[in-house]
Design a protein around this ligand. Structure first.
Ligand SMILES: Cc1ncc(C[n+]2csc(CCOP(=O)(O)OP(=O)(O)O)c2C)c(N)n1
Ligand SMILES: [Mg+2]
Length: 919
């Protein structure tokens, strides 16, 4: 018979437990039967509640004796740490409460003031109001600052709680009142503009981790903790004393990224990671699990994944009641009551709570016999997350637990302390305090602010005197814990960069051997990884595609990082390129997880700041699964000021032959162009790869390094790589455009044209140049457009400068200057949609046409696809002739004749093209 009845909230198991597999035959059936009989007897004479209790007690004991029984995935709806196991809170609890009250006040007031007339920039009050203690306990007792021995903790603050963190910084003297009044006014505030949420890009000496795109903070915190271990494993930095904290919302847990990597944290034994999930039972619109228990549900996930789970559900006021609950009546009632109902108890009166909860049965009513309505109302609000003793016990347990990551799942009330906000469905969006709110809040917090001061239109901030016990305590605690948090180090120490020799092979070309740009860059990386100086700084990151890209050659030498080493004999151990895992492995092999890979990339790319150790992550992936799939993380990377190389391999809508619609990337550069921190290049030749990579290293890791990251689109189609031409225009190559192959000498009367191509399209342009000369007598220059996006950005910067000084000297964009004296039309082509090439269109004064691969991909041969999308050499020729015919450069019928000559309408006529280099 199920223990709980039909009212049990959704998601809490009431049906018979799942079958438990038992591995081997019964060694002593008679003895087993005795145990089973005892259980049956217990159920029939003492009832299921008692039987359940005894079985749980047995399991508890079995766990303590470590006899290897699988853990329960759910426990009772009470605090994990029993009262008798709670340690003493080592701080001055009363003083800490007063400090918390001050922060609560200032956080709410700063949001309310940001909504003063004429400003009205929004903000959130209710989130921090529910989590104030969770942070304050951290600040006073746990968060180790940057000067702490062994380095400080890394704290992911919940984005919507930022007002509380600013209020704290104000109390610590790091921000002024003018700064607080500049919340959400980076451009027009009276002081230092404080961004809405944690944004390192906007506050580079303060915030470390952007968190406000829900779900990314959770996954990134896991990989941050793992990266800290990796740095230690590699012998780069001892991170053993550094802890990663992540403060998360219960609603946020619904994002797939939030829970998707909790198995990684458990598998890797990340006991340097502590999550605190603030279960105020509400998200933006209403309850997180109105009909269920978010806390119980989360417990199941985390225990199942192998985390140490600490629930803090009830405050101390509940202790005596739970202690009296020998029959399990109260616990059963707590569990039967869904979260939506608990939310209502926070809003309703004590009388309501009595009628709807305690009056359910005489046994239950007996618990609170003689209690007044006020006492009951007070009890209803006493959730674990507002009780310093309970939260302290949880943090203490979490931070001393070994071998597993810990999650503290805390129940709170959203909008706590603000009467008209508390637990309302609309509380998340409430941002203005009325005069009545302000007064009631002041009284509830017990702050010495006069009525008069509250009569003004906007409420005042409050700061105790500098020599008050509160302020002394704040300063003393932070000094003892190693300084202010959050603090970000914006400086990167330069690395010794490799010289010419490292790029010499790429400059030589490939002779008679066809080589794809992916092979070229992978070869370069393999060489650089071996470099004594800079080699150890590289962090190759791969989501299960090493073999596709030829990175498996790194396995035996660089090795794959695993905290467990290699506890098995690899199947290919006898081979030269065997699979090798090691505790000091250099490669982060993330399995099939682009999100995990990006999270690793973010951690490694910010190591220059978070650890003062610049690392060079190189993340190679299927280009379609990069910006398109994890674009939000790449955006976060830009916010977090990360540096490194992302390599979109198997790029191009027609180049990755055979893989079809969901693999063939014809648009990632366009998405990449939307990220202001991303520097994208589409190299055509191996020698270009060398120059671009080298410049990337200089810009990101040299003196006066910049907060950018590099994205290369690279291809799997092998073709002959030419040697670097004499007198190469390196400046143009880096700026995004240089003349690669000047037009053939066809005499002064020949019609002229300019073909601009990038990446793999360069080979089509070269072929078109030949056809135009041979078949039509047209002399076309071929330009390598290494980055359409960088050209556009430079042009936009010129336009902006010109806008501001209409009478001054007008800046002419590089692309305009470069093409200024070139004759004929411009034809721009790449293996991407036309909008990529069209980026430069406004600044090209010629007749302009772009050819591109707009539309869904297919899995046919390269030749067929290029004809289908009209980007192949024949298509370039026809497009050029069309432009020339318009200008009178060739006879009017030339384009039609060319269509017929090349059978442009017949895809089969194109042939299969280059079939080398399958994916
Ligand atoms: C990816 C994403 N989707 C939606 C939002 C908008 N949003 C901001 S806060 C919020 C609700 C947060 O609820 P919860 O995680 O429970 O945090 P609480 O404020 O209750 O502590 C939502 C939906 C967002 N910031 N990010
Ligand atoms: Mg919530």
């Amino acid at each position: 018979m199920p223990v709980a009845d039909k009212q049990t909230p959704v998601g809490v198991p009431s049906a018979p437990a799942q079958t438990v597999a038992v591995s081997h035959p019964d060694a002593d059936p008679a003895e087993t039967q005795e145990w089973l009989d005892s259980l049956e007897a217990l159920v029939s004479h003492a009832g299921p509640r008692r039987a359940r209790w005894v079985v749980q007690r047995l399991l508890q004991r079995a766990g303590a004796d470590d006899i290897g029984v699988a853990a329960l995935t759910r426990t009772d709806y009470v605090n994990t740490i029993p009262v008798e196991a709670e340690p003493e809170h080592p701080g001055d609890v009363e003083l800490e409460a007063r400090i918390e009250a001050v922060n609560r006040w200032n956080a709410a007031v700063l949001v309310s003031r940001a909504n003063r007339p004429g400003v009205g920039v929004g903000g959130h009050i209710a989130s921090y109001a529910s989590s104030a203690l969770l942070y304050e306990l951290g600040f006073n007792q746990f968060f180790r600052g940057p000067d702490a021995p062994g380095g400080g903790d890394q704290v992911f603050f919940q984005g919507h709680a930022s007002p509380g963190v600013y209020a704290r910084a104000y109390l610590e003297g790091r921000l002024s009142e003018d700064d607080l009044d500049s919340f959400r006014q980076e451009l027009t505030g009276p002081g230092r503009g404080l961004p809405s949420y944690p944004h390192p890009r906007l506050m580079p000496d303060f915030w470390q981790f952007p968190t406000v795109s829900m779900g990314l903070g959770p996954i990134d915190s896991i990989y941050q903790a793992r990266f800290n271990r990796y740095l230690a494993g590699r012998g780069i930095k001892d991170t053993s004393q550094q802890r990663v904290w992540a403060f998360l919302g219960d609603g946020e847990m619904d994002e797939v990224e939030s829970l998707g990597a909790i198995g990684v944290a458990a598998r890797e034994g990340l006991d340097n990671l502590t999550w605190v999930i603030n279960c105020n039972l509400q998200r933006l619109d209403g309850p997180v699990r109105g009909n269920g228990h978010i806390i119980q549900e989360l417990e199941g996930y985390f225990r199942g994944a192998g985390w140490n789970v600490i629930k803090v559900v009830w405050g101390s006021a509940w202790d005596e009641l739970i202690a009296k609950d020998v029959d399990g009546v109260l616990v059963e009632a707590l569990e039967e009551t869904p979260d939506g109902q608990w939310q209502t108890y926070s809003v309703e009166t004590g009388a309501y709570f009595r009628e709807h909860f305690w009056a359910r049965s005489p046994e239950l009513a007996a618990f609170v016999e003689g209690w007044s309505d006020e006492q009951l109302k007070d009890l209803a609000m006493r959730r674990g997350g507002h009780d310093p003793r309970k939260v302290h016990a949880a943090y203490a347990a979490a931070t001393t637990h070994q071998g597993r990551p810990s999650v503290v799942i805390v129940q709170t009330v959203k909008g706590w302390g603000l009467q008209s906000f508390e637990a309302r469905n609309a509380t998340h969006q409430m941002k203005k305090l009325t005069k009545a709110d302000v007064k009631a809040f002041r009284d509830r917090l017990g702050l010495p602010i006069s009525d008069e001061a509250l009569e003004a239109d906007i409420p005042p901030y409050y700061k105790p005197a500098e020599d008050s016990p509160e302020m002394q305590y704040v300063r003393a605690r932070r000094a003892a814990l190693g300084g202010a948090i959050p603090t970000r180090n914006p400086v990167s120490k330069p690395l010794a960069l490799p010289g010419d020799a490292a790029y010499a092979d790429l400059a030589k070309g490939s002779g008679k051997q066809p080589v794809a740009t992916t092979m070229a860059i992978v070869r370069l990386i393999k060489d650089l990884v071996k470099d004594k100086e800079i080699g150890p700084r590289f962090v190759p990151i791969i989501p299960d595609e090493a073999r596709t890209f030829g990175m498996d050659a790194l396995f035996p030498t660089a090795k794959i990082y695993s905290p467990h080493g290699q506890r098995y004999e690899a199947v290919d151990r006898a081979l030269l390129l065997s699979y090798k895992e090691a505790q000091n492995g250099q490669i982060l092999h993330e399995g099939i997880s682009e999100a995990g890979s990006m999270a690793s990339f973010i951690a490694a790319s910010t190591s220059y700041s978070t650890h003062g150790e610049p690392m060079i992550p190189v993340y190679i992936f299927y280009s379609m699964f990069g910006f398109q799939r994890t674009g939000d993380q790449l955006w976060k990377l830009g916010d977090q000021l990360g540096r490194g190389f992302v390599l979109g391999a198997t790029a191009g809508r027609t180049t990755l032959n055979g893989e079809g619609l969901q693999h063939e990337d014809g648009h990632s550069p366009l998405i990449a162009s939307t990220n202001p921190a991303c520097v994208w290049y589409d190299p055509a030749w191996a020698f270009e790869v060398g120059h671009l990579f080298r410049d990337g290293l200089r810009r990101m890791y040299g003196e006066q390094s910049e907060d950018v990251f590099y994205y290369f689109t690279i291809y799997n189609e092998p073709y002959l790589q030419p040697a670097q031409p004499e007198g190469l225009d390196v400046d143009g190559l880096l700026k995004g455009l240089y003349r690669y192959a000047p037009a053939p000498e066809l005499g002064a009367d020949a019609a002229r044209a300019q073909i601009l191509a990038s990446g793999v399209a360069m080979t089509w342009a070269i072929e078109a140049q030949q056809l135009l000369a041979d078949d039509w007598g047209v002399a076309a220059d071929v330009w390598s457009a290494t980055s359409w996006t960088e050209l556009r950005r430079e042009a936009l910067a010129c336009d902006e400068a010109n806008l501001l000084s209409p009478d001054g000297e007008q800046r002419v964009p590089y692309v305009t200057r470069k093409l200024a004296d070139t004759p004929g039309p411009v034809v721009a082509v790449s293996d991407y949609m036309r909008a990529v090439q069209d980026q430069i269109r406004p600044w090209v004064q010629h007749d302009f046409v772009s050819l591109g691969t707009d539309g869904f991909g297919l899995s046919d041969t390269r030749g067929a696809l290029r004809r289908h999308f009209k980007v192949d050499a024949a298509s370039i020729v026809v497009a050029t002739l069309q432009q020339l015919a318009k200008q009178g450069g060739v006879k009017p019928e030339a384009p039609r004749e060319a269509v017929e000559k090349y059978q442009l309408g017949d895809i089969r006529a194109a042939g299969a093209g280059n079939t080398l280099g399958e994916s």
